[in-house]
Design a binder for this molecule. Structure first.
Ligand SMILES: CC(C)(COP(=O)(O)OP(=O)(O)OC[C@H]1O[C@@H](n2cnc3c(N)ncnc32)[C@H](O)[C@@H]1OP(=O)(O)O)[C@@H](O)C(=O)NCCC(=O)NCCS
Length: 189
C-alpha cells in the first residue's frame, strides 16, 4: 500500500516541499547560526540558545501567522536540505516576498534551489489569490540571481539598505500561463 505524506505540498524531480515539523528546529537553528549563510542573505546570526530558539519556533508553528508560510525543502530521500517561504503577505496588493535557503552546501549549484523556488511559486499562484511575488537578493550573490532568473524572475530595480545593495526581482501570475505555453510548445504573441 502506498502511504501519502499529508505534510507534502509539492514534489519535483529533485526536491519536495513539506510543512515544517517540530523536529526541524535543530537543523534550522544550526543554519541560523552559520555566519556565511547569514552573509549571503544579509541576515544576522541568531544569538538565541537552542532552547530559546526552539520555544520561539514551536510557538510560531502552533500559531501559523497569517503574514508568512514556510516550508521545508527535502531531497527525494527525505533529507532536509533547506527552507523556502513567502512572507510579507499583502492581501490588498495581492503580493508577497519570497525567501529561500539551501542550507546544506553539498546541494548548491545542483538545481535544487531553483526547483524549490519554482515549486513554491507554482503553489502560491495556484493555491492563493496572490498575483505577484518579489524578492531581494544581494547584488554580489550571483548564484542566487541566476537561480531566480532561471525560474523566470525579472530584475526590476535596485534597493539600498544600509551598506547593502540588493537586486529586486519579481514574477507575476502570468508565469503560470507562460510555463504552460512552453510545456505545450505553443508560440506566444
Ligand atoms: C541561492 C540558492 C537558493 C540557489 O540554489 P542552487 O540550487 O544553489 O542554485 P541552482 O543550481 O538552481 O542555480 C545556480 C546558478 O548559479 C550558477 N552558479 C553556481 N555557483 C556559482 C557561483 N559560485 N558563482 C556564480 N554563479 C554560480 C549556476 O551555474 C546556476 O546558473 P545557470 O543555470 O545560469 O548556469 C542556494 O545556493 C542557497 O540557498 N544559497 C545560500 C543562501 C542564499 O544565497 N540565499 C539566497 C538569498 S536571496
Amino acid at each position: 500500500m502506498t502511504t501519502v505524506d499529508l505534510d507534502v505540498i509539492a514534489v519535483g524531480e529533485l526536491v519536495r516541499l513539506r510543512r515544517k515539523r517540530p523536529r526541524d528546529a535543530y537543523q534550522d537553528w544550526t543554519w541560523r547560526r552559520d555566519v556565511n549563510l547569514a552573509q549571503l542573505d544579509a541576515a544576522r546570526v541568531t544569538t538565541l540558545s537552542f532552547e530559546q530558539f526552539r520555544n520561539q519556533y514551536l510557538w510560531q508553528l502552533d500559531r501559523s501567522p497569517a503574514y508568512r508560510s514556510i516550508f521545508a525543502v527535502e531531497d527525494l530521500e527525505g533529507r532536509h536540505i533547506g527552507n523556502v517561504m513567502y512572507y510579507n503577505i499583502d492581501s490588498q496588493h495581492l503580493d508577497a516576498e519570497l525567501g529561500v535557503l539551501i542550507g546544506d552546501r553539498d546541494y548548491w549549484g545542483g538545481g535544487y534551489g531553483r526547483e524549490a523556488v519554482a515549486l513554491l511559486v507554482d503553489f502560491v499562484f495556484t493555491m492563493t489569490a496572490l498575483t505577484r511575488i518579489y524578492l531581494h537578493t544581494l547584488d554580489w550573490n550571483v548564484r542566487a540571481q541566476r537561480a531566480f532568473a532561471a525560474v523566470g524572475f525579472r530584475d526590476c530595480g535596485r534597493v539600498r539598505r544600509g551598506r547593502d545593495r540588493f537586486h529586486r526581482m519579481e514574477l507575476r501570475r502570468e508565469w503560470l500561463w507562460r510555463r504552460e505555453y512552453q510545456r505545450r510548445g505553443i508560440p506566444r504573441g
